[in-house]
Design a protein around this ligand. Sequence first.
Ligand code: HEM
Length: 134
Amino acid sequence: MNTPPTSATEEQIAELVRRFYERALQNDSLRPVFEAAVADWDTHHRLVQDFWSRTLLDTSRYRGHPYSIHAQLPLRPEHFDIWLGLFRETAREVLPADAADKAISRAEHMAESFKAGMFSFPRYEGPKLWKSAL
Ligand code: HEM
């Protein structure tokens, strides 16, 4: 009996990205953030595909810094919960089980660190705030 393949293929990763965005753009909380930020969808899909290929297949096409990109978006903590819900669902559908586990735990870990960095402290609003408290 053949054991099922445990690592993802580039085709499966492309499908993961395609289906994930199909869902994300139907979601009323996520859609406006994506629509305001993404001008070129082909480029965006390719970047995200390269990112997951680096995570799952150890390739080196993705060289970006996702935290600094997300820290500049108008996100709230619940965006991450919705994003993760859609991602888990899509990863389980499209990827072999081991690869889905790996992708999901990487996404969960990133969401935790993004949230810790973005929402733990009140936003710094410039010197006016503390000067007025003097
Ligand atoms: C932890 C979960 C997430 C992961 C792993 C992730 C992954 C990524 C990656 C790899 C990129 C490409 C960054 C680059 O240009 O180098 C990206 C961009 C982007 N992500 Fe996320 N993302 C996450 C959560 C979210 C959430 C919750 C939103 C809310 C809608 C979001 C919206 C966006 C947008 C709008 C861009 C494009 C930004 C731009 O090109 O200006 N992401 N994401």
